[in-house]
Design a protein around this ligand. Structure first.
Ligand code: ATP
Ligand code: PH2
Length: 203
């Protein structure tokens, strides 16, 4: 049986609102008045890598309920997790966003941006025009394979940790500790700061 909320109801012509709907609206309201910070990793190793990274930053900024608050320096990085010299090098960066979107909607938006840049999925860790990974969302911990938080491999990836540490030297990876310590652990081999390149923070 559907439960209904009759709280504050005096007009008999108004239909009662199901309690489940009231709860959903309240939850959304809490999110709207309580934006969260999230860290997103971007990577590209096909096409015009810098232009695509900037396009992804701009597309994310164009999302209702999302503002890009900081962008990291750009790194050129050796492809991680695949045979040496089997793919072009990546450009990687991370961004800090403030958002009222819940985690699942942020993932959806990231995937829509990947599609907009013609990302194809043929093989695991295959080359791609753009990859948008949710590194962390506030202090949320989740082992859901559809959206694992923090990203399950962020702590072992210098191509995420190095730009993140530059953008925010005090950053913490929820459940894993200071980014500075994680980066010291994995080292900087295979990642090179491209001081000649820069991403623009949208205005
Ligand atoms: N934190 C996360 N960020 C992005 N995708 C995630 C996350 N956690 C789980 N996923 C899931 O991972 C799936 C595969 O994502 P994707 O194809 O981008 O992987 P990948 O970038 O090739 O590899 P990796 O996950 O190692 O970075 C997505 O469909 C998504 O549901
Ligand atoms: N250097 C580098 N290597 C990778 C990257 C990436 O962004 N940069 N992304 C991967 C899958 O997310 C797999 N390997």
């Amino acid at each position: 049986m559907t439960a209904f909320s009759t709280e504050g109801q005096s007009d008999p012509t108004v239909q009662p609102v199901p309690t489940a709907v009231v709860k959903q609206v309240d939850a959304a309201d809490i999110t709207l008045s309580n934006p969260k910070m999230a860290v997103i990793a971007l990577g590209s190793n096909l096409g015009n890598r810098l232009e695509t990274l900037q396009g992804a930053v701009d597309a994310l900024e164009d999302t209702p309920g999302l503002r890009v608050k900081a962008v990291s320096p750009v790194y050129e990085t050796e492809p991680w997790g695949v045979a040496p010299d089997s793919q072009p090098s990546y450009f990687n960066a991370v961004i800090l966003v403030k958002t009222t979107l819940p985690p699942a909607s942020l993932l959806e938006r990231g995937q829509a941006v990947e599609e907009a840049f013609d990302r194809v999925r043929e093989e695991r860790w295959g080359p791609r025009t753009i990859d948008v990974d949710i590194v962390s969302y506030a202090d949320v911990l989740s082992d859901d394979p559809v959206l694992t938080l923090p990203h399950p491999r962020a702590h072992e990836r210098a191509f995420v940790l190095a730009p993140w540490h530059d953008m925010d030297p005090e950053a913490q990876l929820p459940g894993a500790g200071p980014v500075a310590d994680l980066l010291a652990g994995v080292g900087r081999e295979g990642v090179q700061h491209r001081a000649d390149l820069e991403l623009r923070l949208p205005e």
